[in-house]
Write a protein that binds this ligand. Sequence first.
Ligand code: 16G
Ligand code: MG
Length: 571
Amino acid sequence: MLPLCSLPKKASSFLHSLSLSLSAMEETQIASILKSSELYPIPQSVKLSYGTAGFRADASLLESTVYRVGILSSLRSLKLKSSTVGLMITASHNKVSDNGVKVSDPSGGMLSQEWEPFADQIANASSPRELVSLIKDFVEKEEIVIGEKGGGEVWLGRDTRPSGERLLRAAEIGVRSVLGSVAVDVGVLTTPQLHWMVRAKNKGLNATESDYFENLVTSFKCLIDLIPINKLEISTLVLDGANGVGGQKMEVLRGYLSNLDVEIRNTGRDGGVLNEGVGADFVQKEKVVPLGFGSEDVGMRCASFDGDADRLVYFYIPSESCGDKVELLDGDKILSLFALFIKEQLNIIGDEGKQCRLGVVQTAYANGASTDYVKEMGLEVVFAKTGVKHLHERAEEFDVGIYFEANGHGTILFSESFLSWLVGKQKDYSEGSDKHNAVSRLVAVSNLINQAVGDALSGLLLVEVILQHMGWSVQKWNELYKDLPSRQVKVEVPDRTAVVTTSEETEALKPLGIQDAINAEIKKYQHGRAFIRPSGTEDVVRVYAEASTQEDADSLANSVAQLVKSFLGSS
Ligand code: 16G
Ligand code: MG
């Protein structure tokens, strides 16, 4: 507790006037926040928004934000009966000088969207007084009781960015400024590791990083043992670790796995810079090889993680490749491979298996050819707004819901009821029978693939075991369908919020008239499809276009970008 006398005089008199009207927050609590927030003044002229996936900015601007998110995380924990909440310091695929912060709810999923406006408000509060007032109002509204029934618990993780440690200290102070709350530094982790650990902790399961690795190793091995005849020589996988945390964690994991031969490049230890010319975002957007890869790798099976290892894409360099072009197997191709494998197991189980509601969630960015492919497989396909939290929510509607963004974010969710049905069937079917093997595979998949959030490490292990199961090379996998050529461009405009879209982001409702103009352009192209949306992470409007040739996709994207400029003006 902080003695009042240690407060600056001004703050102390404010405290007295405020505390007279406070019921939910005690004087000592207010004093604690006032005092610690003096350490983290908000930088001038910065307006931050929680956005699609937390706050992100130049790391030098973020201490006050991270401190305040620390406070929010303690309150979130208190609101949910002191369950453990996660706070991750990362800016994912952004440049190394940026950083960011996001919160994992006790379920392991993203922070409840209902709390995002509060996150925005406190991040932008211009003074300690305003901060305290906002917190006081929120605590009262949410009926959060501080200090009576024990405090909150927040686990703090960070990626490998040099600014991470300093920001983590700010988060600790924020967490602890809510009286009775504890901050646990769980070290350098991938984002999905932290989400997994938080979920496990709140389920009363073993929740350390070693438990995470053990879980992956056991379920991977189980799936390998269930491969009927191993038709494929295990060939080397070459991994691009984006010079970030994912490659380093893969090095640890590799030590425990005997059925995976993986060479790891871009670990960040050889002088490479995080996300610079490397990583899943770079490879997916540019469709070129990351640094450290070249003609000597032609035909090899390669994969890329992003900076915090929640995105995964595969690629290979075709023999006829001119320059540095790659053949990309993106989130859509990974989703299709997973869907095929799961469907195969359900078919083996027979009529009962076919009753399982297996569904797929994509965004408007999904390549049209992938959507056709999964629909032809007989699966239900739904579309969600961009951003993991939106896809995750829709995937929970199924017994088995597979969701992926084309950029490589995704996972497979198993409903509790379907999972217990599977476990029951494991006992019913005789061991070694086809049906027993199929249900055992599905149970192992549910353990291997991160149920909290998309996870590049666990996704990679599942791709690898399915390829071994099918006896497929990366080239054979790529033949599942042929991507329609596509192009993405971004347009800088004075106000991106002038673009309002439908919930699935496939059509623009505002500015009025723009959708008709886009439709008129689309009509000019065979297999033409295009949409616009305001970015959730950058101050731009994004344009996506697809058509039967690359030339047409480029041309459609450019004409839609011109429309955006003429309706919104360019900045
Ligand atoms: C964030 C999202 C990602 C989304 C991307 C879109 C999470 C964890 N990450 O990186 O899912 O695809 O934003 O960015 O939700 P944009 O709005 O700038 O296009
Ligand atoms: Mg990421």
